[in-house]
Write a protein that binds this ligand. Structure first.
Ligand SMILES: Cc1ncc(COP(=O)(O)O)c(C=O)c1O
Length: 349
């Protein structure tokens, strides 16, 4: 007899992007922000008292909830804090799905969704996107207890207009979770839907726009009813005192955040142009990464050769995306190193 439940025994587990030990690399594989967090974050961490570490943290991360509530113009009761956006996804699937309550999502998308579903042993309904990554009409009729739409989507970088997601939320019977981990870099977001519809959860991450991937902090915005339900499955102290202080300082420094995001948008445009000139087909992106199809060489070969040069991008061998690479937008210097390496590789082949 196995020590594990059958579904756990069968699964291989989510494989996070490679995290090289060496810091002397060009790391464009896990969509981290290339710029440091606001100096106010480091100040807040330094100002923590021994007492704040000795005691358990605020169970609901009240300081962060209050700060975020002001920024999004909702009540603190409409916000749930999480140990990264991934923790919120985990809570949603645990609270909403089971063997008879499927999760549905359009694909390709964030590859963590099916892994969480396997852990919960709930059926998965994957509806493929069309070639233009429009919202699949079939999503309205899946009967799923939870529908997840990543918007802007990973790994494609594409954006679905909120009006279409509103219609989806109104037509389905279950919950619509809109994963806005990358919304900080997009031209719009769908927070309004969480304010007006009782079945919508908006997921946000502090890892990308706020440069806090190492800190692990995310949050959800939803109706009070949904937040209360999610609270029932969260760990009692799912965010620690250090991350509460860091995330609160980060979200309160909107000026720094906005300047940081603008820098990335400028680099996104530059990198898109350079890759296009080099013979890549680049999907217009609303995120801090590009989804690019090399036309002059195989994606897998480019990925491996870049790795040999200590330049890391992301590649998946899945049939629908194996001809493309996902490349995080780095600093101007990192992006130039990538372009120089690609120029060498493509010219040599
Ligand atoms: C689409 C998407 N959603 C959610 C997350 C979770 O982010 P985190 O747990 O770092 O907040 C990620 C992280 O890469 C992501 O790509």
């Amino acid at each position: 007899m196995s020590y594990f439940r059958e579904n756990i025994e069968k699964m291989s587990g989510y494989e996070p992007g490679f995290q090289p030990k060496n810091s002397d690399v060009v790391k464009l594989n896990t969509n981290e922000n290339p710029y440091p967090p606001s100096p106010k974050v480091l100040e807040a961490i330094k100002n923590l008292t021994p007492e704040q570490l000795r005691r358990y943290p605020q169970p609901l991360a009240d300081s962060f909830r209050e700060a975020a509530a002001k920024i999004f113009d909702v009540k603190p009761e409409n916000i749930i804090c999480a140990n990264g956006g991934d923790d919120l996804l985990n809570m949603a699937i645990r609270a909403i799905c089971d063997e008879n309550r499927p999760v549905a999502y359009p694909s390709p998308t964030y590859s963590l969704y099916p892994e969480l579903a396997k852990i919960q042993n709930c059926p998965v309904i994957e509806i493929p996107y069309d070639a233009e990554f429009n919202l699949p009409a079939k999503l309205t009729s899946t009967g799923a207890a939870l529908t997840i739409v990543c918007n802007p989507n990973a790994p494609t970088g594409t954006f679905i207009p909120c009006q279409e997601l509103r219609q989806l939320a109104e037509e389905i019977k279950g919950v619509l979770l809109i994963d806005e981990a990358y919304a900080d870099f997009a031209d719009g977001n769908c927070v309004e839907l969480a304010k007006n519809l009782e079945n919508v959860i908006i997921l946000r991450s502090m890892s990308k726009g706020y440069s806090l991937a190492g800190m692990r902090f995310g949050f959800g915005i939803a109706s009070e009813g949904l937040i209360k339900g999610l609270m029932k499955v969260k760990d009692s102290y799912n965010v620690d005192a250090v991350s509460i202080a860091a995330a609160t300082a980060a979200i309160n420094d909107q000026k720094y955040f906005k300047e940081n995001v603008e820098k990335i948008k400028i680099e996104r445009k530059n990198l898109t142009e350079k890759l296009t000139q080099m013979g890549f087909e680049v999907q217009p992106s609303q995120t801090n990464f590009l989804f690019a199809k090399p036309l002059k060489a195989r994606a897998i070969d480019i990925y491996n050769k870049l790795k040999e040069k200590n330049i890391y991008v992301r590649y998946w061998a899945y049939p629908d995306i194996k001809d493309k690479l996902r490349i995080t937008v780095g600093t101007a210097e990192q992006n130039q190193k990538l372009i120089n390496a690609l120029n060498e590789l493509i010219a040599r082949d």
